[in-house]
Ligand binder design. Sequence first.
Ligand SMILES: C[C@@H](N)C(=O)N[C@H](C)C(=O)O
Ligand SMILES: [Zn+2]
Length: 235
Amino acid sequence: MRPYHQIPILECGEPLMEIPLELFAVKFPHPYEKLGATYGDRSPYYLRQSVIENLIQAQNYLQLLHRNWRIQIFDAYRPIAVQQFMVDYSFAQAVQDRGLTDVELSPKQRQEIWEAVYAIWALPSLDEKTPPPHSTGAAVDVTLVDDIGEIVNMGSPIDEMSERSHPDYYANSDRPEAQKYHAHRQLLQDVMLKADFQRNPREWWHFSIGDQMWAWLNNQSNPANPVTARYGRLA
Ligand SMILES: C[C@@H](N)C(=O)N[C@H](C)C(=O)O
Ligand SMILES: [Zn+2]
């Protein structure tokens, strides 16, 4: 259980729709499809209708500051089966990165790796009260591309299982490079928050509106006006 799972969900029934990809930059081929994840009759480029509207707003704010920059969509809707696929993939990858195989893992090593996996991935829970954020169609993983179509350097890749994924990892550095990464992360956060998204406190790239994490973060900063989640699990 994460703290945001205490938030009640009052599903509003808003449809899941295809993101108008021509308006944004898009990570292609999709990183999880490339690994073999399957989406049935939907694709990872779906979100709830008003989440798409807010994402367009965020990009409009961005373009007031940098006329030809765009939000790049890395991932959006994720069925529970894909959440499970990515959790299993990330565990296997972490085992391999340590130069080990599954059968060689001690119970302590196994536990450490699962902790690292679940530090950035949500549990693929089938309980309707604790849906993984992307399975609600309310969460999106994004970065920025500049006017020549280059990905803006945020100082670490999306989905890296390390401290560098923390939004403020570079906040207090004296290194000019690090200060630039932090400024880029702040710019992404500023335009997304201006369009009412909230950012996952553990990941510089993950934003959502209307799910439990969003409601919990809103309630942390504005306890006098508590909100509930309006989007629950879709698949
Ligand atoms: C790991 C990243 N892509 C992500 O989406 N993390 C959140 C917490 C999730 O799994 O919902
Ligand atoms: Zn995410």
